[in-house]
Write a new protein. Sequence first.
Length: 306
Amino acid sequence: MSGADTYTPAEVTALLVTAAEKKVKQAYHITFFKAWMAGWMVTFGAVLVQIIQGGAGTARTNFPSLVTVVSSVFFPVGLIMLFLTGQELVTANFLIIPMGLIRRRVKVWELPVNWIIVFFGNLAGALCTVAFMGHYSGLENTAAMVTYSAGVAVTKTTQHWGPCLLRGIGCNFLVCSAIWLGTGARDTVSKMVALWFPVFAFVMIGFEHVVVNMYYIPIGMINGADVSVGKYVSQSMIPSMIGNIIGAVLLGVPMVLFYDGSTLPLFRKLHPGDSTPSTDTVILHDNVDPGAGTVGDNLPTAHKKA
């Protein structure tokens, strides 16, 4: 196999379980500052979207789909940066940590601890973008940007819980698909392309991402939107976060069951004495990169490609 070939789904599963082990063992202050960096990076994409949308003038009214396509094209830059530099994004950890928990590589108490630290680190980073890149820099202080950003904040906090939650599910299923595909790619360009398509799709569709909204809504509040902190938390942050968790679990849990099911206690109860992989299609590359972790221990016993 050439170095450009992607990892198999079983290998990606093992790599993400390994990532879960590393994340929960990482020093808390390192986790927080990596999360701060991720919040800072991912919201650069939100800044781009706001500048394109807010500065589009009558084009946003006359050609709304075209303007949305253009802004969606540039949004993934933030996720690409944080993924390739190894930062901590809570919506990605909604995928990764439960996979490690199912495989018993992560303790139950380690999951909420990681999520809480990363969530508040992302929030701190996003609010720094709001303050320094959006407000004090003057980028969001023009009349057009003030009007647009305030309108976005109001729109995102006047949805009912149900639609917001469902949009959160769709959003993070796509974001976690990007994480999955990016992990499976072996070279930098392939990772960038793999990350780009699903993230472009979620922005184009109009789904809700809890961390990205940490920029959209606060900058609108600064610019005069009639939105209180309580309204933001109750009407956007909580339902979108719950939806993001569900969307991540809908991808991560089935992948563990599909490609690593033979290691789980339930499989052993249903199939005593059977240690074969959960699918006959699992093929492991001999040259899979173990990295610095314990990925070899997390690869299920399977047929190896000759």
